[in-house]
Design a protein around this ligand. Structure first.
Ligand SMILES: NC(=O)c1ccc[n+]([C@@H]2O[C@H](COP(=O)([O-])OP(=O)(O)OC[C@H]3O[C@@H](n4cnc5c(N)ncnc54)[C@H](O)[C@@H]3O)[C@@H](O)[C@H]2O)c1
Ligand SMILES: [Zn+2]
Length: 365
């Protein structure tokens, strides 16, 4: 079992990573001083798989708990779902000493976190992530929230967890497509922050895909360390944290124009990362071999780096409509060699269009 500390002064917390640590949630909660009643938030499907282990660990540590369920899927990450949980919390008599435990992927974690951020002006919150994306990304950093009909993640808060328990065994039941999608974010950390980690992923890809517990623990640990380091520098997403958006500029546009139906998040950002690498290459910030290494690793992981087909103008207009665009400037995170990402608003429009066109026709620049 490994531990990563997220250093945020009074809001610091540990991420406990390893196989079977789900059985320790109760004792770990005691260790960090949580003493009230527990509200578990999950989905019926995930609870069916892991609820019993969580309940047993809470019982062993003498916690009383109630469980609240939401339906599976992004479309249920809404205020309506949260409101239903407020009713449940009030009915169960939960007070300011109570705390929330989320058991699930990013959808459950974001929703449960927003509930914890707002119930009685905020109660403590423990994340038990069960998808690779949640283990390496969404459970760390304190961004919580729900979607609005007009856009994703429009309603939210910063509310750091008191503890994250990352049981890598939960990945055994995850659909391979979701595992691979999460791998896109793992590879992202290597490209924007740590060349050696990029090489490590490259050298251990088969073990990762086979869910080797030792390798997975190391992978999740390094991702959490990197995210912790970035979040510690910029808790409220004012500057440094933007580097985590590598691949997300074009990735989001792709998700948007396909109505969030064709691509899983990681699948879309894999394409976005490859195209951003291509832009970086054209600007002279990335060697052609490095760009090739990025594409190769993504593809070996099972991620496509080109969309089957798209309308260049449509994706370009979507880029311009993004909420992060100000005064018509599209911001990109680009790799400056593998291992370092930088943010720029200076990519010429013609270059963006060229790269999109080339991707569509399969040619090279
Ligand atoms: N807060 C943040 O910083 C942050 C960062 C990135 C993404 N997110 C959010 O995360 C969400 C996506 O999260 P996700 O990719 O985990 O998707 P998800 O939560 O929808 O989970 C994916 C699917 O896997 C199932 N599942 C979860 N764990 C399982 C397991 N162990 N075994 C079998 N099936 C399991 C779920 O029921 C679901 O069907 C999005 O809403 C996104 O906005 C938040
Ligand atoms: Zn992402």
């Amino acid at each position: 079992v490994e531990r990563v500390n997220v250093d945020l002064g009074q809001r610091s917390y540990d991420i406990v990573i390893g196989p079977r640590c789900l059985t320790q949630v109760g004792s770990l909660c005691r260790e960090v001083g949580l003493s009230g009643d527990v509200l578990i938030i999950s989905t019926p499907r995930i609870f069916e798989l892991y609820g019993e282990a969580l309940e047993n660990s809470l019982r062993e540590a003498d916690y009383s708990y109630v469980a609240g369920f939401m339906d599976d899927g992004e479309e249920h990450k809404t205020l309506e779902t949260v409101s239903h949980f407020y009713d449940l919390a009030i009915k169960a008599g939960l007070d300011r000493s109570s705390f929330v435990i989320s058991l699930g992927g990013g959808v459950v974690g974001d929703t449960a976190g927003f509930l914890a951020a707002t119930y009685m002006r905020g109660i403590p919150f423990v994340q038990v992530p069960t998808t690779l994306l949640a283990l390496v990304d969404s459970s760390v950093g304190g961004k919580v929230g729900v979607d609005h009909p007009k856009g994703k993640n429009l309603i939210g808060a910063f509310h750091q967890p008191s503890l994250v328990v990352a049981d890598i065994d939960t990945l055994k039941s995850l659909e391979p497509r979701h595992l691979v999608s999460g791998l896109a974010e793992v590879i992202k950390y290597g490209i924007i922050w740590d060349k050696e980690f990029f090489r490590y992923i490259d050298g251990h890809l088969e073990a990762i895909l086979a869910l080797d517990p030792k390798v997975l623990t190391q992978i999740v640990k390094r991702c959490c360390e990197i995210k912790a380091e970035i979040v510690a520098q910029d808790e409220f997403d004012e500057n440094v944290r933007e580097v985590l958006n590598y691949g997300h500029t074009i990735g989001h546009a792709l998700e948007t124009i396909t109505g969030y139906k064709s691509y899983l998040h990681g699948e879309a950002i894999a394409i976005g990362m490859s195209l951003a690498a291509q832009i970086s290459c054209a600007l002279g910030s990335l060697e052609a071999e490095e760009k090739e290494a990025i594409d190769q690793l993504l593809q070996r992981a099972g991620l496509a780096v080109r969309p089957p087909n798209w309308d260049v103008q449509e994706i370009f207009s979507s880029l311009l409509r993004d909420k992060k665009v100000r005064r018509g400037v599209v911001r990109f995170v680009l790799p400056q060699g593998i291992g370092k990402g930088y943010v720029t608003g200076d990519v010429p429009r013609e270059l963006i269009l060229d790269v999109l066109r080339q991707a569509l026709t399969g040619g090279t620049l």
